[in-house]
Design a protein around this ligand. Structure first.
Ligand code: 5GP
Ligand code: MN
Length: 340
């Protein structure tokens, strides 16, 4: 049974000063960090709050209001962060719904006495003490808007909160174009603009912060693009050697997967990125219409996500992973051809 969002319980708890941890998923994106930092901005006035990210986040997010106070678990003073989580009264799980998505931090969260509150829009959530789960939502940041409004009223919003939430919704909706973007999403966005979100500036901060090395990487990715017209599928590979040659920095591969879906007639695309350090291939999957990449990833690549956007991984080599993909997809030919 899924637990309903118990807002009154949270209001009662938050009536007095509390210790609170906010957690985005690993490799946090604009939605995860936007949601965390919006909630941080609201809660910090009254409470002892930390945002703890499992690992570092890309440069193009290092302008978000209050991002400088985010503590990075990987490579940081783990003891202090562990103690903070262990002693937290409340732990917010934001933009993810399964503790394995934060690696080592997952165990610490599991063993903390703190009340666990999940706010997330991915499919098939694990159980938490308090849950606000809605896979029909385009972004956790839209849910965070409703959550803060319900928790504290409209007057609790300010420019920083609006900026963080605008960024989260903009990045997770592909700038308001993915199917889950609704008229309500646009109403929320309109409110956020009225609250002070500087839309042109935010857009520029996120999308016009390319570097030459990222452009080289995009060039390489497009050279490597493979198109399987019969299957309405395409895919891109990037080996760790190619990443190195393009002077790869964290965040450089963000969004490259979408090129494969921008081709006329293509409804399913994948990018395979070799991470030699971790000994894995990181996979991103994207689709159009009703072809379900969440299920595809769960079935074959140890991951998940949403119907049209999912991630996964493989412990085979890059070549073997691509061979496995090529072997699997003909099974989906009928579905792919009929995808609307
Ligand atoms: P990306 O390809 O950008 O890493 O991920 C696409 C979407 O799938 C994001 O919403 C991301 O949070 C989700 N996702 C990525 N990897 C996993 C995974 O291993 N498990 C689950 N459940 N979701 C994932
Ligand atoms: Mn999200």
């Amino acid at each position: 049974m899924m637990k309903e969002l118990d807002i009154e319980k949270l209001q009662t708890i938050l009536a007095t000063k509390k210790k609170i941890t906010l957690l985005p998923h690993k490799n946090p994106d604009g939605d995860a960090l936007g949601s965390c930092l919006a909630l941080y901005t609201y809660l910090k006035e009254k409470h002892d709050v930390k945002v703890i990210s499992p690992n570092d986040y890309p440069q193009f997010l290092k302008w978000l209001p209050h991002h400088e106070q985010i503590e990075i678990f990987e490579g940081g003073y783990k003891g202090d962060m562990r103690r903070f989580i262990q002693n937290s009264d409340l732990i917010f799980i934001l933009d993810f719904n399964a503790l394995h998505r934060i690696d080592e931090l997952g165990n610490i969260v599991e063993n903390s006495k703190g009340l666990k509150v999940m706010i997330d829009h991915h499919e098939q959530p694990e159980e938490f003490d308090i849950m606000y789960s809605d896979p029909s939502m385009p972004a956790t940041a839209e849910m965070m808007y409703y959550f803060i409004e319900k928790l504290a009223g409209k007057e609790s919003f300010n420019k920083d909160i609006a900026t963080c939430l605008y960024t989260g919704i903009m990045t997770d909706t592909g700038s308001f174009r993915y199917p889950s973007t609704s008229s309500n999403t646009h109403r929320v966005i309109a409110n956020l603009i009225e609250l002070g979100a500087e839309k042109t500036e935010i857009h520029g901060n996120i999308y016009d912060s390319n570097t030459i090395s990222r452009f080289k990487l995009i060039g390489k990715a497009l050279q490597n693009l493979v198109v399987l017209n019969d299957l309405r599928t395409s895919y891109i590979t990037l080996s760790s050697k190619e990443l190195q040659e393009c002077n790869y920095k964290k965040g450089d591969t963000e969004g490259i997967v979408n090129y494969g879906l921008a081709l006329s007639g293509i409804v399913f695309t994948a990018i395979f990125i070799e991470d030699r350090e971790k000994g894995i291939i990181k996979i991103s999957l994207r689709s159009k219409g009703d072809f379900d990449v969440n299920q595809f990833s769960r079935n074959h690549f140890d991951g998940g996500g949403h119907i049209n956007a999912a991630g996964g991984r493989s412990e085979l080599s890059l070549d073997e992973t691509v061979a496995k993909f090529n072997q699997i997809i003909p099974e989906y030919q009928a579905q792919l051809i009929n995808t609307k």
